[in-house]
Ligand binder design. Structure first.
Ligand code: P71
Length: 481
């Protein structure tokens, strides 16, 4: 566990007034069912980490105490969603649950066509296959691993057009997800062919940072002048809507649901991982407004996912997602969800832990470069930090740095991203404030002994999306383990 002299700072630091204000952020639910978790000993964690090749993806979940690997598919469903599971119609074709989902997507996201998929990357695959031709350029506000993979797999080349502030973990820009319009215009005027602009809301790899409505409108205007469609990665668009509501002039009086519809109205379609905002454990979809494109997507979905009225999901999964969408757009839910992430971030910030600012929507990102300023990037500082965190108290996090960035396809050399981060990702409706306090304690303890680890070397590297299965060994004495 964390060092004994450390005291959680929040009670001492917050005035009573601030604490009272916190009360209005209490979760709009109570807990009906619990899932036991267990603490482990340092020896057990050391053995588990060694067995996992110092890669948190390769740990057994039962060896983890507090699991902040991802917010993907880890949400707790409501009783209304669980009741919906019992109403699953498992007909092969035309299940009523598909129509419920279609209705929920149309009402809250506003797109005309719904093509269900097993999860987000299924939608990315189909969108990339129907729109990208070899030699195309696809601009986007920072890459995401699976998104870029499918764009490249279809023969396209991803170009990052996010504002420079997004690459600076200390910049306080309120909308670090924004697209740099000059960068985008340059791509639109010089590239041979741009099939669409990929617009993520929020931007995961930048730290869960939102894009502003003003920027989305400007991107829309620019793309329309060039005749290029805009496709949104809407995986966390409701969280993005919450940030627009709380930060952008003119939006405080609108609901998240209204803002979400406005956001989507500026785009021509979306890919969606239902495992995030929509509060389910599996599922996704592709939405399109164009009839002909939607037909092509439906032709492909039957090859890779399943019939166009289930796309890899069971009827019950679609019902749970339709209901999850309804719950996810409620302001009270979003306030508690983003508020919990902010709570953890503020605890860490008050203890001088280097994190990405502003605090993001789904996670707090630790800045591994500032944890380990002397460690070379090819000794994998963020991977090392994730390993150290697991060793300290059994908290599982995810590397989002050089390992995730992979290698340049042409040169075979590592991509060297400016951001070398570890993500503490908060599942929705799963952990309490006390869990967040324990996590903060552990991070502070690891930060206090930051001079110890020497880094890691990669001893096994998979060809695709290497971060999932790569294995490491500690470098020299004092490394993790
Ligand atoms: C996350 C995930 C899940 C993940 C994916 C790849 C590596 C590690 C973890 C998935 C996303 C996402 C965005 C913005 C598309 C997907 C793919 N995120 N866009 O953050 O965040 O969706 O997992 O349902 O296929 O842990 P999928």
């Amino acid at each position: 566990m964390a060092s004994p002299q450390y005291q959680p700072p929040h009670s001492a630091l917050r005035t009573i007034g601030q604490q009272l204000r916190r009360r209005s952020w209490a979760e709009p639910w109570k807990i009906k069912m619990v899932e036991p978790i267990r603490r482990t000993t340092p020896e057990q964690r050391e053995a588990a980490l060694r067995g996992a090749g110092y890669n948190t993806f390769l740990l057994r979940a039962e060896d983890v105490y507090i699991d902040l690997l991802t917010d993907s598919g880890t949400s707790a469903m409501s009783d209304w969603q669980w009741a919906g599971l019992m109403l699953g119609d498992e007909a092969y074709a035309g299940s009523k649950n598909y129509y419920h989902l279609e209705d929920a997507v149309r009402r809250h996201y506003g797109y005309k066509h719904l093509i269900p998929t097993h999860q987000g990357r299924g939608a990315e695959h189909i969108l990339s296959q129907i729109m990208i031709r070899p030699g195309d350029t696809v601009p986007g506000n920072m890459y995401f691993t699976t998104t870029r993979y499918h764009q490249e797999h279809a023969g396209g080349q991803f170009v990052d057009v996010i504002i420079d502030e997004a690459h600076d973990p200390a910049s306080l820009h309120p909308f670090k997800g924004d697209i740099d319009l000059a960068k985008l215009e340059r791509v639109l005027t010089t590239a041979k062919h741009v099939p669409y602009v990929c617009l993520a809301a929020t931007v995961n790899m930048a730290g869960g940072q939102p894009i502003s409505m003003a920027n989305v409108r400007a991107v829309r205007g620019l793309c329309s002048r060039h005749g290029v469609p805009v496709m949104m990665d809407a995986t966390r668009a409701v969280e993005n809507a919450w940030f627009i509501k709380s930060r952008e002039r003119g939006y405080s009086g609108k609901t998240c649901a209204e803002i979400l519809l406005e956001l989507c109205s500026q785009t021509d379609g979306c890919t969606m991982s239902g495992k995030k905002d929509p509060l389910v454990n599996i599922g996704g979809w592709l939405s399109l407004n164009d009839d002909a494109l939607a037909d092509r997507a439906r032709n492909l979905v039957v090859v890779y996912e399943g019939l166009h009225t289930y796309g890899g999901m069971a009827g019950r999964d679609m019902e749970a997602m339709a209901r999850g969408i309804e719950e996810s757009v409620q302001d009270e839910h979003m306030q508690a969800r983003v508020g919990q992430v902010e709570y953890l971030g503020e605890l860490l910030q008050s203890e001088g832990v280097p994190i990405v600012l502003p605090i993001g929507g789904h996670a707090v990102y630790l800045d591994a470069r500032r944890f380990y300023p002397k460690m070379a990037q090819d000794s994998f500082p963020a991977q090392t930090l994730a390993a150290e965190l697991y060793l300290d108290a059994g908290v599982r996090s995810m590397e989002r740095g050089i390992v995730s960035a992979g290698r340049d396809k042409a040169t075979g050399r590592h991509h060297y991203p400016r951001l070398e981060l570890v993500r503490l990702t908060i599942p929705r409706r799963v952990y309490t404030q006390a869990h967040m306090d324990v996590v903060a304690e552990s991070v502070v303890a690891v930060h206090a002994r930051a001079e110890r680890p020497r880094g890691l070397r990669m001893v096994y590297e998979p060809e695709q999306l290497r971060f999932f299965q790569a294995r490491f060994e500690p470098l020299g004495a004092g490394g993790p383990g």
